[in-house]
Design a protein around this ligand. Structure first.
Ligand code: ADP
Ligand code: MG
Length: 256
């Protein structure tokens, strides 16, 4: 087995007086599909935001593909604060799909997808467009390329969000409650796309979700977060049917 692609080692994250991650230890292996479940405020989004370097940490170490996120090796091998170039390189390995889609409202669907590959990866317009068209096909939106986000349903917008994340060819896809802003009848189309991606052997998926049935279907492992720690984790068939912890049992009873 190779090293985990994501590793949180005793990670502490505070907002003022509030300790959100309390010496969190957490790993995801390459190609693994992991779901994070747990009550609101337990630190789930914070984990993803730290990985995207949208939040810093107060203690411990986060590594992606074996390299520390907030530090890099200096010339003598010791760790020094990360340069912007290092952060960019680390970020490029991860793609994130947000709860509120976060599309650029003034750009067409196509441009939403081609923007980062041309600006950040330096892809030619033609290559970025070809790739975007493939991805729109994959998420079932081949005919919507010239629309603006406000002309699409929430489910379609979120599928654009997924295509946009994939356009950067990330090794890891992070999903933060990707269906919780959607009307119930639009949830299925987004879950179908994620389910299709989950069949890809090489892609690592880390999914924060309230969709317990879906988490059970696609995950190799489910982690129950509570108060900034993993209270319990395991294979979905064990965790959902016969949890060890009373706290997990209570949570599942409330949401299932
Ligand atoms: P979850 O995604 O599990 O609902 P979050 O990771 O979003 O939880 O938040 C964990 C805790 O941190 C919550 O109590 C939240 O209010 C707090 N929090 C999150 N972001 C900030 C912030 N930028 N400033 C202050 N408190 C925050
Ligand atoms: Mg959250």
């Amino acid at each position: 087995m190779t090293d985990p692609i994501i590793k949180f080692d005793n990670v502490v994250k505070r907002f003022g007086e509030l300790t959100v991650l309390d010496k969190l230890n957490f790993e995801v292996n390459r190609g693994e599909k992991v779901s994070i479940i747990g009550p609101s405020g337990s630190g789930k989004s914070t984990v993803l935001r730290i990985l995207m370097t949208l939040e810093s940490i107060n203690g411990g170490v986060v590594t992606v593909a074996g390299e520390p996120l907030w530090h890099e090796r200096g010339p003598d091998g010791s760790l020094v604060p990360a340069s912007e170039a290092h952060l960019r390189k680390m970020r490029a390995q991860l793609g994130m799909v947000f709860q509120q889609f976060n599309l650029f409202p003034h750009m067409t669907v196509l441009r939403n997808i081609t923007e980062a590959p041309t600006k950040v990866l330096g892809l030619s317009k033609k290559d970025a467009k070809d790739r975007a068209e493939e991805l729109l096909e994959l998420v079932g939106l081949a005919d919507q390329a010239q629309k603006y986000p406000h002309q699409l349903s929430g489910g379609q917008q979120q599928r654009v969000g997924i295509a946009r994340a994939l356009a950067m060819r990330p090794n890891v896809l992070l999903f933060d409650e990707p269906t919780s802003a959607l009307d119930p009848e639009l949830v299925g189309e987004v879950l179908n796309v994620i389910g299709k991606l989950a069949e890809e052997h090489d892609l690592t998926i880390l999914l924060v979700t309230h969709e317990m049935r879906f988490a059970r279907e696609i995950s190799d492992r489910v982690c129950f977060f509570d108060q900034g720690r993993i209270r319990e984790e395991g294979a979905p068939e064990d965790l959902f049917t016969d949890p060890n912890e009373e706290r997990t049992r209570e949570f599942l009873k409330a949401v299932l």
